[in-house]
Each structure stands twice: as C-alpha cells, then as structure tokens.
Ligand binder design. Structure first.
Ligand SMILES: [Zn+2]
Ligand SMILES: [Zn+2]
Length: 475
C-alpha cells in the first residue's frame, strides 16, 4: 500500500474542524503533542511507531473503530479520548527560533520509521500508552475490564526521571467532601480521641480529660512535656484531620507503553524493538502493507482435530490426560480462529472416541482449506521434552504450514525445538488438503506436564498455532 493513500479524518478539538490528513504528516503533530522534544531519538521513534499504530487501529476505512466522541472522525486531538496532536503553525509560535531544529528531530523520528506498525498475530494492535507508569504498568482488564494479550503488566524501572514519577496533592477535607459528594462531618471539636495509625496512638487521659500520656510516632510523651514542647496553652486538647496529602506515582492509565520509561530505556542504550516489545507483550514491528488490514483467514475452512478422546491417550506423571489437553487447546484455537472470521470445523467436542477415518471424512467433506491435528507427545524416558510438528511426505503446502506453526510455537512456548518432521500418519495422509500435526510438548516430561496444567500456557499454545497459520497465508 502506498503511504500517500492512507488518509485519516481528524477532529481538531480546539478549533472544532474536521481535517483530512495524510498519516505520516499526522504522526509528526502527534509526536510534538505527546512527548517532550528533549526525549531520546530512539524513544521518539518508538513513540512514532506506537502513535502510527494507534491511528491505524482507528481508521474506519481500514476496519478501525473510529473516535468514540466524534463519530464523523477517525480520531480526535483530545488526549483523554484519542491522542494529542498539534499543528506546525502552533508549534512555530510555541517554539519560536527553535522550531526548525525541533521539527527536524520529529521529522527524522517519523520518516525513520515510515510505515512501521506494531502487530500481534499479524494484526495491528491497539497501541495505548501513557506518560509515566510510576513503577509498574497495568494489565488491561484491571483498567478497562477486557483482557488484551499484549497489554500485560510489566515492572518498569525506567521512568524515575519523569516529573510525574512521584507527585503530591494536598486536599483539605472541605475540598474532598465537595469533590466526592460525601459527608465527612468535619466537626471542629467533638471531644473524641482520633487514633491515627502510626502517628497518634496509645492515648491516656486524666479524669479531667487532659492528656496524661500519648504516643506520637514511635515515642511516648508525658502530657505536660508535650505541652511545653508544642507550647500549647493546656493539655486538654483534641485534634482532627483537616487535610490529606496524597503521594501519587505516575501519570495516566498505566496500560501499554510508558513514555518516560521508553525515554529511560533509550537513554540506557536499548533499541526500538527492546522498548516496544517490553511494553507490548509478544508484538512484532512490521512494515505496514495491505495484508496488515486484511483478515487472511476470513471464510477459510479450517478443521481442527483434538487428538484422541474417549480414553486411552497418554497420561503424565501426575495423571494429566493428553486427550483433555488437546481438547482445551483446540477450544482456545477455535475461539481465536473465529475472531479471525475463519469457518472452523472440529473433529470432536467433549471426551468422545472418534475413529481416524471419521476425522478425515469431516475434514474432506467440509472442503477444508487446512487441517490441524493437536497432540501432546509421550515417551518412556521422562527427560525427553520439546515441541515438534509433522507433515506428510510430499505435501509441500503441509510442510510450509508445519514449518510456520513450529516456528511460532517454539517462539511462543520457549520449549526445545525438535524440528519439523515427516510422518506417514493416517490423518495427514488421507486428508486431501494441506495438513499438519502438532506435538505441543511432552506430557510425560514432569516439567512440561506442569506447564500443561496452566491455562495461560494452553492459550499460548493456541496463539502460537494461530500465528503459524496466519504466516502461512501471508508469506
Ligand atoms: Zn477521540
Ligand atoms: Zn514506567
């Protein structure tokens, strides 16, 4: 896709205009609005890729979801809604003599990453970001309720130089009451002892309700001594909390890229890939092309075959059954294939016995485009471990499919790469479409059996297989 063909409708909040902009030009205005010009050039490039991807995900013509508050626009310039943007004219006024050199920096960051976007399983991601995480980013579901695989929490040690790393805000109770619409019954003198944990504790009073002893901080004071030190007129006193000082770590929603963290990483010599894959889990930086916006699996008939069923499959050292795991992985795989709009067939649901010939018949009669059989390996030597994928000798497309699945699985699961192998398995031989049989890991290996008990590992296996299928169609 030619870059000049990517246009987006931008609602400019401060003028109320709807402008049509070219993507790369738009990204320059975003950089100027979103990060300080003093940022490291590598951080600027990382931000350019994130902001470009953020925009792509919103362009309606490319299947994006548009701006929520301005339905006629793809994106707006309100940071709270979409992402910031500022015009070159405004920057000239703002920067004065420094405009040329600053603009050159921005220009370099954008042209140096021209057309690059972030993808997950081959699709552009929703590249959300924030100013400063304050020590840790956040899982998407804790902020917005929906779990996004690439928006995972990471401990960030890189944003300490941000002016927003730690800030303070002091509010008096009256402000707090007004802002929150609550009643804190702030009586001036209620003659009740208020204990403040770690600050005022162990209060002892005389019969005349004078302070006899009191613990302030870690030290105990005699009433009269305290009166002398604080120069109070008497020891018959009470106290109340009139204001609260909050210590606040970070700035923004905390999901995705931490901008100051990206700058911190860049200053430590990390590269763009280090930075972006740190804050966006499992993503890739890809050159944007028309494939990025297509759903290559749309309408493809894909038969998935959870190996075994109905008893008799391999069993792990602590009793995990292969047939159950195969089914779970296939269920996850079915879910994500459906989000890619594939037409999914399954050879079994539930723990039932389905003969091999029946599995093949299901795949062939559906006119499947692909057949994927999912298994766990087993071997009498429990030390044997790793991932392997099989294809039928002579099935060149099957070989390509198996190679991509193996590559993606090894990358995702990080188990030993046992390679892509030929095998004369019935389901591979008799199915008349490209087919592959995956042995995810060894259920007989104690460590891998434990991994198979983790639902997240099974989800990862499904995603690895999906990613292999996507690559098969794209490359
Ligand atoms: Zn918006
Ligand atoms: Zn951070």
């Amino acid at each position: 896709m030619n870059k000049s063909t990517i246009l987006l409708k931008v609602y400019i909040n401060n003028t109320g205009q709807l402008a049509i902009m070219e993507l790369e030009e738009y990204v320059k205005g975003v950089l100027a609005a979103e990060i300080p010009i003093s940022f490291h050039e590598v951080a600027m490039r990382a931000q350019a890729i994130a902001s470009r991807t953020f925009a792509i995900k919103r362009i309606r013509n490319l299947g994006g979801f548009g701006c929520k508050t301005n339905p006629e626009a793809d994106i707006c310039t309100d940071r709270e809604c979409c992402q910031g943007w500022v015009s070159a004219e405004e920057l000239k006024e703002l920067w004065g003599d420094e405009f040329e050199s600053n603009w050159e920096k921005i220009n370099k960051a954008v042209t140096g990453t021209q057309g690059l976007i972030l993808t997950y399983n081959g699709n552009p991601i929703d590249a959300v970001y924030h100013s400063t995480c304050g020590g840790s980013t956040e899982d998407s579901e804790n902020v917005w309720g929906n779990r996004v695989s690439y928006l995972r929490k990471v401990e960030c040690d890189y944003c300490k130089h941000s002016p927003f790393y730690k800030t303070e805000k002091t509010l008096c109770l009256r402000d707090l009451q007004e802002k929150l619409g609550i009643d804190l019954s702030e009586d001036d003198l209620h003659e009740n002892d208020v204990f403040i944990s770690g600050l005022i504790e162990q209060i002892e009073r005389t019969a005349g309700r004078r302070i006899k002893k009191i613990m302030i901080g870690t030290q105990s004071f005699d009433g009269e001594k305290l009166r002398e030190l604080l120069k109070f007129p008497s020891t018959r006193f009470w106290w109340s909390v009139k204001q609260l000082t909050f210590q606040i770590m970070g700035y923004g929603h905390g999901v995705g890229l931490c901008q100051y963290g990206a700058d911190g990483m860049a200053k430590q010599g990390k590269n763009i890939n280090d930075i972006l894959t740190f804050y966006y889990t499992g993503v890739e930086i890809e050159k944007m092309n028309k494939h990025s916006f297509e759903k290559p699996l749309r309408g493809k008939v894909i038969t998935i075959d959870p190996g075994h069923g109905g008893g008799g499959s391999a069993v792990g050292p602590t009793g995990l059954r292969e047939e159950d795991i195969n089914l779970k992985i296939c269920e996850y795989l079915e879910q994500i294939l459906k989000t890619e709009e594939a037409n999914v067939k399954k050879t079994r649901s539930g723990n039932v016995y389905v003969p091999l010939a029946e599995r093949v018949r299901i795949a062939n009669e559906a006119g499947s485009d692909l057949f994927i059989s999912v298994h766990q390996n087993a071997f009498k030597d429990r030390n044997v471990s790793g991932t392997e994928t099989f294809y039928y000798p002579g099935d060149l497309k099957g070989k390509k499919l198996a190679a991509f699945i193996q590559e993606s699985l090894v990358k995702t699961l990080k188990r030993k790469d046992r390679g892509v192998k030929q095998a004369n398995f019935y389901v591979l031989r008799e199915t008349n479409m490209p087919s592959a049989l995956v042995e995810v890991v060894f259920i007989t290996n104690p460590e891998e059996e434990q991994l198979l008990r983790d639902e997240e590992f099974l989800r990862k296996a499904a995603r690895g297989i999906l990613s292999g299928i996507m690559k098969y169609y794209k490359i």
